[in-house]
Design a binder for this molecule. Sequence first.
Ligand SMILES: CC(C)(COP(=O)(O)OP(=O)(O)OC[C@H]1O[C@@H](n2cnc3c(N)ncnc32)[C@H](O)[C@@H]1OP(=O)(O)O)[C@@H](O)C(=O)NCCC(=O)NCCS
Length: 215
Amino acid sequence: MNYQDIFQALKGVGDIDLSSLVLLVAETGFALYPITCKSDCVDESIVDMLTKSRNINRDSFLTYFKATHERTLDWILGPVAKDSTRILFALKEIRTGKLYGYMGLAYGDAEGARIEGDAIVRFSDNVRPGLMRAAFLRLVEWVTNDIGVREVWVRVRSSNSAVKFYGQCGFLVEFEAPLYVVHGSFGNVEELSEAPLKGYSKISSDSLLYMKYCR
Ligand SMILES: CC(C)(COP(=O)(O)OP(=O)(O)OC[C@H]1O[C@@H](n2cnc3c(N)ncnc32)[C@H](O)[C@@H]1OP(=O)(O)O)[C@@H](O)C(=O)NCCC(=O)NCCS
């Protein structure tokens, strides 16, 4: 089975169903649960977490928009379900089922040689220092050791404090790309793009760091 088939099976939309598999985060009482993309099984509390977290952390990402429950649900059932190189996991306390955060993998290449950590967000305000790091390292270990993907990368805005977090996880900056501010028709910032669009984008004070996992 290639990694794309495994991701689809974990999301509940593959030829076989592996959606009940969980990745335990050792000695924490927490585990990573694949977020199902099957229309009759979507967990509303997870949609709620994704929506709230996306709005709270708007400046962490490259695209600016107001997330809504409907938009998030459409994203899960559409792009996430269809993209076999992408998967999301909810980080939950095993005993209580309480949601702590989420994290994903995306933009994998066709051969399964390279993938990116994506959408790594703590949702809970009841902070447990080091838990996000332990969980993300569990995900990285799983995708490299068990699935066989060789390289894991993250792309992060230079102003984001997550740069330090990824450094603590063992990621090193390999290169840095400029970002361009793209405005919408009402003058609002729509996104930061790596490519200057239509010649009128201003360069951003933020750049994009490409960080590679080096164990
Ligand atoms: C990035 C993010 C997920 C990190 O979550 P977190 O809960 O702070 O992560 P962790 O607790 O696992 O690790 C980081 C902190 O815990 C500390 N820590 C780690 N292990 C520890 C331990 N065993 N004991 C005590 N402290 C520990 C680290 O030193 C660090 O603290 P510091 O930043 O004050 O120095 C979170 O800040 C977030 O959701 N950010 C917004 C979304 C975002 O920008 N995501 C990235 C997009 S690219």
